[in-house]
Design a protein around this ligand. Structure first.
Ligand code: TYD
Length: 132
């Protein structure tokens, strides 16, 4: 299956003062970043996501803490735990995602290929599986 989610390792510069990671166009991300947002203060037991995008691609990075990312292209389901600030999960377009099992104080940053557009969301799983 093409267009499955995959992990990207970003540069990690370590010295006595700690670690530094950076992302620079066009070296590390397979699209031009149009938007960055972040999610934090997620109450225990809450989930995020629960949708797919028609055209938008994203990269999810856990800056702090840990979160489980469930993805499905309508056929193949995958689940991965993200807990390293130098690793991103590329989530292709037309991929259902749910973010769950946030540990306390988790902060995730999402890089997006497009500006925000509610029209790009598919929030109904049965609709997603029909047009998939
Ligand atoms: P949503 O994408 O549903 O959050 P998540 O997928 O993380 O659970 O977005 C929540 C709300 O925030 C929704 O009303 C749309 C709004 N929003 C923006 O206005 N701009 C943005 O860039 C994003 C990501 C969301």
């Amino acid at each position: 299956m093409i267009n499955r989610p995959y992990l990207i390792n970003f540069p990690k510069i370590s010295d006595d003062r700690g670690n530094l990671t950076f992302i620079q166009n066009p070296d590390h991300v397979p699209f031009e970043i149009q938007r960055v947002y972040w999610i934090y203060d997620v109450p225990s037991g809450q989930t995020r996501g629960g949708h797919a995008f028609k055209t938008q691609e994203e990269i999810i990075i856990t800056l702090s803490g840990s979160v489980e990312i469930y993805t499905s292209d309508g056929i193949t389901e995958e689940s991965i735990t993200l807990n390293r600030p130098y690793v991103g999960l590329h989530v292709p377009k037309m991929t259902w995602r749910q973010l769950r099992n946030f540990s306390t104080n988790t902060v995730i940053m999402i890089l997006s290929s497009d500006p925000f557009n509610e029209e790009d969301y598919i929030r109904d799983y049965s609709q997603f599986s029909t047009i998939r």
